[in-house]
Design a protein around this ligand. Structure first.
Ligand code: ADP
Ligand code: TRP
Length: 326
């Protein structure tokens, strides 16, 4: 993809795992090279699930740190906190007046989240309207998101079209870009890696803690001498993500040959994961000691995003007849 205005929001919901990296972050990083990217940390949205001020503030900074460490280039991307563009809540209100209850009542994520015990607040119900505002306020063209966000993107398009029908052509209609199902990264139990399943391998994990988790990867009970099946192995499925084709072939051959235990394979996998993120870990350690610098990046990003939002809000206010006298 080239020369598009790309926007995405990231929930500040704790530590990142390698499923997040291969399923989403890697694509975000690729897009920055040939497009105009706006990535923000969705701290207003996070209020629907996090009620601890310190936790929300810390998690938000942590996301910025993690993304910068992993290679997000602040020269190329405007990285910012959602709440640093407060106009987004103004637009959310205006959009809410053209959003039907029926549309929101059909949202899967509200049902999923309330069934998991999250408070069924008005904010949670209106979540898709704020998300539509996030997207529409920057005249975004393409929005890369995981599959679970597809319905939110459809709702955004519905809301924007409804607005344009009522008030005339004002909002740009964005296109979703659904991120790879190519790499569904398995967790240590072999199911999809997810923080809700407690089966994750964290990107920025201490070696010892990572080792403990890698050693827990579930395998069958074949002994060291037995030949093993490389096509049904979580170790191999994970190793694939980090190894080149020769290294992968060698491990597969070892599986077939026998005399090579799961413990050996796990050790190789562990080393691969740890060294793959070595540079990022170093960068993260440096940045962690320079939070002033990280804050400045977020401020610069917000200024760029806000200038863009101001243009769209001018159009929207004029379209609906909201005058600002001061
Ligand atoms: P989690 O399932 O741990 O809560 P999120 O839903 O916060 O993860 O996912 C954030 C992004 O990472 C989404 O774009 C999602 O598609 C991607 N992602 C998460 N887990 C995986 C996985 N196991 N394999 C591939 N992509 C993943
Ligand atoms: N709802 C998204 C998630 O849970 C985060 C998000 C908020 C977002 N606003 C957005 C994503 C706008 C893309 C565009 O992952």
């Amino acid at each position: 993809m080239n020369n598009k205005v790309i926007l995405s929001g990231i929930q500040p919901s704790g530590t990142l795992h390698i499923g997040n990296y291969f399923g989403a972050i890697r694509q975000f990083l690729e897009l920055q090279n040939t497009n105009e990217c706006y990535y923000f940390i969705a701290n207003y949205h996070a209020l629907t699930t996090i009620n601890e001020a310190r936790e929300l503030a810390d998690n938000s900074r942590m996301v910025a740190l993690d993304y910068l460490a992993l290679g997000l280039d602040p020269e190329k991307v405007a990285l910012f906190l959602q709440a640093d563009v407060p106009e987004v809540t103004e637009l959310a209100w205006i959009l809410s007046t053209v959003t039907s209850m029926g549309l929101l009542e059909r949202a899967h994520s509200y049902k999923d989240k309330t069934s998991r015990g999250i408070l069924p607040s008005h904010g949670l119900f209106a979540y898709p309207v704020l998300m539509a505002a996030d997207i529409l306020i920057y005249d975004s063209e393409v929005v890369p998101v995981g599959k679970d966000q597809k319905q939110h993107l459809e709702m955004t398009r519905d809301i924007a079209m409804r607005f344009n029908n009522i008030y005339g052509d004002t909002l740009r209609i964005p296109e979703p870009m659904i991120l790879s199902d190519v790499a569904v990264v398995p967790g240590i139990d072999g199911k999809k890696m997810s923080k809700s399943y407690d089966n994750t391998l964290e990107i920025f994990c201490e070696f010892k803690a990572l080792k403990k988790k890698v050693m827990r990867i579930v395998t069958d009970s074949r002994s060291l001498e037995d030949p093993k099946d490389p096509d049904n192995s979580t170790i191999i499925d994970l190793f694939k993500l980090f190894a080149d084709s020769k290294e992968l072939q060698t491990m597969r051959d070892n599986f077939f040959a026998g005399g090579y235990g799961y413990g050996h394979a796990k050790k190789e996998l562990l080393d691969k994961i740890y060294s793959f993120f070595e540079q990022a870990r170093d960068r993260r350690n440096k940045l962690e000691n320079d939070m002033e610098f990280v804050e400045q990046i977020l401020r610069d990003g917000a200024n760029r995003a806000r200038a863009r939002a101001a243009e769209v809000m001018k159009r929207v206010r004029a379209a609906v007849g909201i005058e600002k006298l001061i």
